[in-house]
Design a protein. Sequence first.
Length: 264
Amino acid sequence: MQLQDGKIIWITGASSGIGEALAYALSERGCKLILSSRKKDALEKVQKQCAHPENVRVVPLDVSDFDSLPEKAIAAQAAFGNIDVLINNAGISQRSLVIDTDLEVYKRIMDVDFFGAVALSKAVLPHFVERKKGHFVTISSLMGKFSSPQRSGYCAAKHALHGFFDALRMEHDADNIDVTLVCPGFVRTNVAKNALKGDGSPKNEESKSIANGIPVAVAVQKMIRAIERKKLEVYMGQKEVFGVYLKRFFPRLLHRVVSKRKVT
């Protein structure tokens, strides 16, 4: 599948970061886009900056407002008549120790990062089944494959995404529905700056690891190639990618390496 002229793609979390960069890259390819996030003004700004703004529609939503998502899915489908690809990109991160993290913060992270993607995908699934085609792309993280200190809630949500979407893929293989789980490492976005502290307030601090990560434009091109090839999972980043294989083959070594690493 080539992501080019005429493909209809719905992107959540499209007002900044990876979602915004995906919008620009896919618009340049001639795709028709539906952009969603909570920030209507920011979405409209992204729309105007796309290569083909006339082929971009804005559908504001909050993925944690589960009851509203079926209606939003109808609106997204109506924008261009159908949906070919749903990119579940909306999410928030965390930087706090387990002992210092309020339970409400964990609930908030799970609502946005896990249940939001589940609820929206369930709202779109009947459309894909009816058409006998469709592609769910879920932006997970390397933290969905192994864990790291001060990201317990974020890691939990990303691990959960893998369990859910692996099952969805199996259940709907006969319906010609694809699922790609994208697992970035450190990418130069504001994800760390916007991360929640233990009390639920934003961290509002830059991260050295993120600042030294791969450029968002590079990450997006890798994602697009993975989607086109219908990969089941894709890992991207720098040396942090090796954590996936250490977890699989040398889990005690990964534990020692990550435990001693200064978290940023």
